[in-house]
Design a protein. Structure first.
Length: 358
């Protein structure tokens, strides 16, 4: 594995590796940039076919968190972590996350963790017993719990901004939205959209999740491999990354792509492809910042109303990006990147360049 080539390609930064022999924990913490504050980002608990895949996932996601925090006005840098899920069918999850908590604590506050794919409130509560550098814990410990509803709220606001500019619509009443992935955030997004009068098609690798969306929201169930072929106003990718790729771009029939997933573009050029087809793309790190905005409030002292008010302003962020894009004929992802790079340049300094292993 050519670690340093990967670090260079994502302009890193700081990466830490840890292995705990007693529990079998193997983890990676990627800290992309701390010019705006200590890095903050979720912890994934997934199985990877190669260690290199886990590293690349952490690197891409942490870089996205830098951009997400900067654009959302959150005083944090970008970080992300991965705890590699053991291949054995039986393992001590509590011991793994306690070990991970000690790993996070050893970084001295340069990285603050939170939940992400494969982790939840119970894991954050375990981590909390080993370090104070954790968010997304229960309200009884000064936390805010599951950030998914805030992420979904921000995505809904972003979709409203896109609908206003692209479709001339002042509400989501009657709009058709195809949601790929109806797990934590996707489920709450469906709830937001239905409350606004939208009609849903949903797909998920887990049929039980699709069935729940059908039962609770009247969503049409679509085979997972067919969600990109659905005739709709909005396509909302809410599963894992790289959903927008060479295979899916030509199949998209929506006028807007706006969802909660991170790293939706498999490569930046796919943002150009969407733009060339006249499809308005809401940059993922701009539209899905609600969860980050919410957990960042825990660091300062949690106030749900402040979190909600700031998340609602994602409408303004997406509206500005889309408007600039339309006026300059520049793909939205490039406009968003430029806004972030201007903010980071004003912050001064340079990202740290540290790689360590334990």
């Amino acid at each position: 594995m050519d670690v340093f080539s990967h670090l260079a390609s994502y302009d890193y930064g700081e990466v830490h590796f840890a292995r705990d022999p007693a529990t079998g924990m193997r983890a990676i913490v990627a800290i992309h940039d701390t010019r705006l504050g200590p890095s903050l980002g979720g912890c994934r608990f997934l199985g990877y076919s190669r260690d290199e895949d886990a590293l690349i996932d952490a690197l891409r996601l942490a870089r996205g968190m830098t951009y997400k925090a900067a654009l959302a006005g959150v005083p944090h840098g970008g970080g992300k972590s991965v705890v590699l899920r053991p291949p054995a069918p039986v393992f001590d999850r509590a011991a793994l996350f306690l070990a991970f908590g000690r790993f996070v604590d050893s970084l001295g506050g340069r990285y603050i963790t939170a939940e992400d794919s494969g982790t939840g409130l119970e894991d954050m509560e375990l981590i909390r017993t080993a370090t104070k550098h954790v968010t997304g814990v229960g309200a009884e410990h000064g936390g805010s719990g599951d950030p998914s509803p805030f992420t979904a709220l921000g995505v809904r606001r972003g979709i409203e901004a896109c609908a206003k500019l692209k479709l001339g619509r002042t509400s989501l009443e009657g709009l058709t939205v195809a949601v790929q992935g109806v797990g934590h955030v996707g489920y709450h997004l469906c709830k937001e959209l239905v409350a606004c009068g939208a009609k849903l098609s949903v797909a998920d690798v887990d049929p039980l999740k699709s069935e729940r969306a059908h039962r609770e929201f009247g969503a049409e169930i679509v085979p997972n491999e067919s969600i990109f072929d659905v005739e709709c106003d909005v396509l909302a990718p809410c599963a894992l990354g790289s959903a927008i790729n060479d295979d899916t771009v030509p199949r998209i029939k929506a006028k807007i792509v706006a969802g909660a997933a991170n790293n939706q573009l498999h490569e930046p050029r796919h943002g150009d492809d969407l733009n060339a087809r006249g499809i308005l793309y809401a940059p993922d790190y701009a539209i899905n910042a609600g969860g980050l905005i919410n957990v960042a409030q825990e660091v300062a002292g949690y106030d749900a109303e402040i979190s909600r008010d700031r998340t609602m302003k994602i409408f303004d962020t997406i509206h500005e990006i889309a408007e600039r894009s339309m006026k300059s004929l520049t793909p939205t992802y490039r406009v968003a990147d430029l806004l972030v790079e201007e903010k980071l340049a004003r912050a001064g300094g340079v990202p740290s360049r540290i790689a360590s292993a334990r």
